[in-house]
Design a protein around this ligand. Structure first.
Ligand SMILES: Cc1ncc(COP(=O)(O)O)c(C=O)c1O
Length: 373
């Protein structure tokens, strides 16, 4: 979906890295605690969150990772280690998330078979004994696009907020998120999934240092080329909104022409809103499929009421048939709800709304023929 946008500004956004640059393991040797962090990238992250108003970053620790997937594992380890230090509890720390949940969490934890923590499935049915646990809260949620808060209220509970989709193209920005551990990723913010750039925003210094240490031990930091590119791209996005405010007095823009481009968040929201409109039109007259309803909210970034336009459609099959089989018959690739922790239903499938135009048009075409059957 983002390809068309970036193609238009290819030249303004390219980066050139010389053979002699980025040779050292350590981009920031002066900071003894966070020596693998690239200061320019951290500045860009502060800037874009200040601009969008989707997360508090002042006074917080920002930690780079190879995608937010790597940061998720590092954050789990850091939290679980901290919980183990303060308790004589020998058991694994349970990790839960309300269903339907992003399947990666379960898969990665089960694959790892850690001594520290164990996947315990749906937060709604988790029998919380007293003691520490980790709840993952994805908001807006993958797969169903809902806005979420923690389900559990235990005193020793710790929460990882995965805010991959808390950007104005997917959802109204209602307030700056200000949680203990928050994860963001370039893959959902700008579409550059291949750069493998993610960041965690963490309140507590000891937790931040533990996350950093785990990342260091996993991969001695992240590939710096990706972060150079991400820095350029994030500033480009921010420049297109901030060219007329005080920020530019401090840092004048180098390429004035870029302000003629539509801002990325407006582009993303415009495309997704149009796609959702087409999909809803089909669902409304369909006997076979339906979609979740979302209420509009005031988006502080856009300064108006907007509807959520999630990255995925959580399609329900109303006829009682297995939803994945039904969509497969129509050559629509979709993942059924059992992959997202829904135990009994098979009534839902997740379909991507952020693919390229051609795939989306095909999806709409095929779904319309299904819907009138
Ligand atoms: C909720 C959520 N978190 C994290 C990720 C992965 O992010 P990254 O590409 O930074 O590893 C995804 C990818 O689909 C996701 O849906």
């Amino acid at each position: 979906m983002f390809y068309t946008y970036w193609k238009k500004v290819d030249n303004e956004c390219s980066v050139n890295i010389k053979a002699s640059e980025l040779i050292s393991y350590f981009p920031n040797p002066k900071d003894a605690d966070f020596f693998c962090q690239m200061p320019e990238f951290i500045d860009a992250v502060h800037r874009v969150h200040r601009l969008v108003g989707n997360a508090v970053t002042e006074g917080r620790y920002i930690i780079e990772g190879t995608g937010s997937s790597q940061l998720f594992i590092a954050a789990l380890r850091a939290l679980a280690c901290t919980a183990k230090e303060t308790t004589s509890n020998k058991k694994h720390i349970p990790v839960v998330c309300a269903e339907p949940y992003y399947s990666f969490y379960k898969e990665v934890i089960e694959q790892e078979r850690s001594e520290l923590y164990q996947w315990k499935g749906d937060a709604n049915t988790f029998q919380s004994e007293s003691g520490p646990y980790i709840e993952v809260v994805t908001s807006p949620n993958n797969p169903d696009g809902t806005t979420r808060k923690p389900v559990l209220k235990g005193e020793e509970g710790m929460v990882i907020h995965d805010l991959a989709y808390y950007w104005p193209h997917y959802t109204p920005i209602t307030s700056p998120a200000d949680y203990d551990v928050m994860l963001f990723t370039l893959s959902k913010a700008t579409g550059h999934a291949g750069s493998r750039v993610g960041w965690a925003i963490v309140k507590n210094k000891e937790i931040a240092k533990k996350i950093h240490k785990h990342l260091f031990l996993m991969s001695i930091g992240s590939c710096q080329e990706g972060f150079i590119r991400a820095t350029k791209i994030i500033h480009f996005v921010a420049d297109s909104y901030e060219h007329d405010v005080d920020y530019m007095l401090v840092k004048p823009p180098k390429v004035p022409v870029l302000f003629e481009a539509e801002g990325l968040f407006d582009y993303g929201h415009r495309i997704l809103a149009l796609r959702w409109k087409r999909l809803r039109a089909i669902a409304q007259r369909s006997e076979v499929v339906s979609l979740p309803d979302f209420s509009p909210e005031f988006c502080n970034f856009k300064g108006k009421l907007t509807y959520p336009t999630p990255a995925f459609a959580w399609l329900e099959c109303k006829t009682g048939e297995d939803a994945e089989q039904l969509t497969r018959k129509m050559k629509i690739q979709a993942r059924n709800d059992s992959k997202f922790g829904v135990s009994v239903s098979r009534r839902y499938v997740r379909v991507s709304m952020v693919g390229d135009d051609h795939s989306f048009n095909l999806f709409i075409e095929r779904l319309s023929s299904l819907s009138i059957m």
